[in-house]
Design a protein. Structure first.
Lengths: 93, 250
């Protein structure tokens, strides 16, 4: 994605990433998208492939929850995920 | 220090998708290749897994390489205590507008799709996309229903609220395909159904070879032809053995 964004920025072309889910992968995409100077389009968001938002918040923390159609990226380290180890253990098969 | 990512696993929405395939990649290729390596060499590891290294050609699927890449970036940020966007060069913005994306349109009635859109609308989303999720063989043979779905959602949303149409496909062929046929049918339907309200303005002459050219024919943002395979985006003109030392080529 970074390489595509760099190319798009060089040629001043708009970009619009495909990311139909919520959770860690979505946060990774958002962090990369946040660095694109000429990104003018909204970023995709869907819970279809990741489950209900309340379960995701329990697993990853409030940082993955959109507010009124916007995602606010925190300045927490890494992707800003607050992994709930207890929930991870309960989901381990 | 740990980095986290989400790997393909069991998903009730995608029957047949399970973690066994990813686990096999992890145990047989990824661990033997990366354990003991410097985790900060993120791009080098991406290149190794996505393409190859020295005399080994891996070319792992994107949804396998991406898992490792995301975990390495998370780890990379945690070590110095910085968000990933900072390490990628700095954020141009930290508040990002989202659009609510709902799929499986081929398997939904227009009313069911509208309910899915309403869910995002009630959360305050201002932009939307509906996905048909046609595969290469075009499960949905009812473009009229697709159009009615689009029309119902468009009329529910207010003027100025973004609505995109995604004819998601998974074909990897460069030849005219069922993907193109599906788009052509859809566009023809819209052309026949153009309304004075200007819901959509699509050309009846829908190019069959280029989704991008097709997109320009419509005022509605329309997408199609997405693919999950690295070998579609990375030149593969070289033979599988071309990265091997000359003496080992056959």
């Amino acid at each position: 994605m970074k390489r595509i964004y760099d190319l798009a920025t060089t040629w001043d072309k708009p970009v619009m990433p495909h990311s139909p889910q919520a959770g860690i992968t979505s946060m990774a995409s958002l962090h990369a998208y946040a660095t694109v100077q000429n990104a003018v389009h909204p970023h995709e968001f869907s819970t279809e492939f990741s489950g209900p938002l309340d379960e995701l918040v329990e697993l990853y923390g409030e940082g993955v929850l959109p507010v009124k159609g916007n995602m606010h990226l925190s300045d927490r380290p890494g992707l800003g995920i607050e992994l709930n180890e207890t929930v991870v253990a309960s989901l381990t098969v | 220090m740990e980095g986290w990512a989400e790997a393909p696993g069991f998903n009730p929405v995608v029957p047949g998708c399970n973690g066994a395939v990813f686990a096999a990649y992890l145990d047989t290729i990824i661990k033997p290749t990366l354990v003991g390596e410097n985790p900060r060499q993120i791009d080098r590891h991406w290149e190794t897994l996505a393409t190859g290294k020295e005399d080994r050609l891996y070319m792992l699927p994107a949804n396998v390489v991406g898992v490792i890449d995301v975990a390495l970036w998370d780890l990379f940020g945690k070590e110095p205590g910085q968000p990933v966007y900072t390490l990628m060069g700095g954020a141009a913005r930290t508040t990002i507008p989202l659009y609510w994306s709902t799929g499986s349109g081929w398997n939904l009635s227009p009313e069911e799709m509208l309910d899915a859109v309403r869910a995002g609308h009630s959360m305050g989303f201002q932009a939307f996309k509906i996905r048909m999720d046609w595969k290469g063989w075009r499960q949905d043979a009812n473009p009229e229903k697709d159009y009615q779905m689009f029309k119902l959602v468009r009329e529910f949303l207010a003027d100025g609220q973004y609505l995109g149409f995604n004819a998601t496909t998974a074909t990897r062929s460069r030849r005219p395909s069922s993907r193109d046929a599906g788009l052509k049918n859809w566009a023809s339907t819209i052309s026949r159904s153009q309304s004075p309200t200007g819901i959509c303005r699509a050309s009846s002459r829908w190019p069959t070879r280029s989704t991008w050219r097709s997109r320009r024919a419509s005022r509605t943002p329309t997408a199609g032809g997405s693919t999950n395979w690295f070998y579609s985006v990375i030149p593969t003109s070289s033979s599988p053995t071309s990265s091997a030392p000359a003496g080992r080529r056959k």
